[in-house]
Design a protein around this ligand. Structure first.
Ligand code: MF3
Ligand code: CO
Ligand code: CO
Length: 257
């Protein structure tokens, strides 16, 4: 891989491996979303995720990453990201569950997330989910060669501002593909820097995290689980996106198989 300034540009050979890992990651994400149901514990979900990941022929990119103890991240309701599956947390009808999955295969890795409602949720929560996913797609539309990281950040943030949602600032998107976290950072908010320019061969994990209330978050005593400071609910959607000469390729687009 070539590292130009503060970005990583992947070779065609790397990209073909990243594509395979990303597709496996998307399959696990969507299978999990289909299979989770009220009454399961988040530990059950993590064990199920471990089986689904093994079926792809890969391994979890998260397990052991900086000491992370789970196969996937499972973040419920006011939990934002990095929730760990535990026996004590039982999923209930009306919960929203962020499933964040990374599968490593043949030295490449995917990273993708979506937040799924368990049965009926309020229209306010439906709106939170729809807007966060819409912000992800608006960000992806800006993931064009010649644009800057800041163009993605602006599109994501504007979507939140219009919907009066809080934008998490302490966690950001990132380059990805060979390592789970590669430069550059992809913030979900604008700053006075437009950031690096986008070049074909860059692979970005774009991942808005929006809250019904404050943008402020805190980390639990378990050292991982991030939740909102005001207890209001949070949504998280993430795709892995390849910058091309033309329109971006969503490497974690749902697979029909
Ligand atoms: N999947 C997260 C992200 O989107 C990172 C999880 S790292 C872990 O960047 F260690 F918590 F698994
Ligand atoms: Co992720
Ligand atoms: Co990510």
């Amino acid at each position: 891989m070539v590292s130009a300034r503060d970005v990583i540009i992947h070779t065609p050979e790397e990209i073909s491996r990243i594509r395979i890992a990303a597709q496996a990651t998307a399959v696990v994400r969507d299978e999990l979303a289909k299979l989770i149901e009220p009454g399961m514990t988040t530990k059950d979900v993590d064990i199920l995720a471990g089986r689904l990941i093994a079926q792809t022929g890969g391994r979890s990119s998260f397990l052991g990453y900086a000491g992370y103890p789970g196969n996937v991240c499972i973040s419920v309701n006011d939990e934002v990201v990095h929730g760990i599956g535990v026996d004590s947390r039982v999923l209930r009808e009306g919960d929203i569950v962020s499933l964040d999955v990374g599968v490593e295969i043949n030295g490449a890795t995917g990273d993708t997330a979506r937040t799924v409602p368990l049965g009926h949720v309020s229209s306010q929560v439906e709106h939170l989910l729809a807007t966060t996913e819409e912000a992800l797609m608006n960000g992806i539309k800006q993931a064009l060669a010649g644009n800057h990281i800041g163009d993605i950040s602006r599109a994501v943030e504007q979507t939140a501002i219009k919907a009066k949602l809080g934008v998490v600032r302490d966690y950001v998107g990132h380059g990805c593909g060979i390592k789970l976290h590669e430069p550059p950072e992809v913030p979900n908010f604008q700053s006075r820097f437009k950031g690096p320019q986008l070049v074909p061969g860059m692979v970005l994990a774009i991942e808005p995290m929006f809250n019904l209330g404050t943008w402020k978050v805190k980390t639990e005593r378990d050292g991982w689980t991030v939740r909102t400071c005001d207890g209001k609910w949070s949504a998280h959607f993430e795709h892995l996106v390849l910058i091309t000469e033309e329109t971006p390729e969503i490497l974690t687009w749902p697979k029909t198989m």
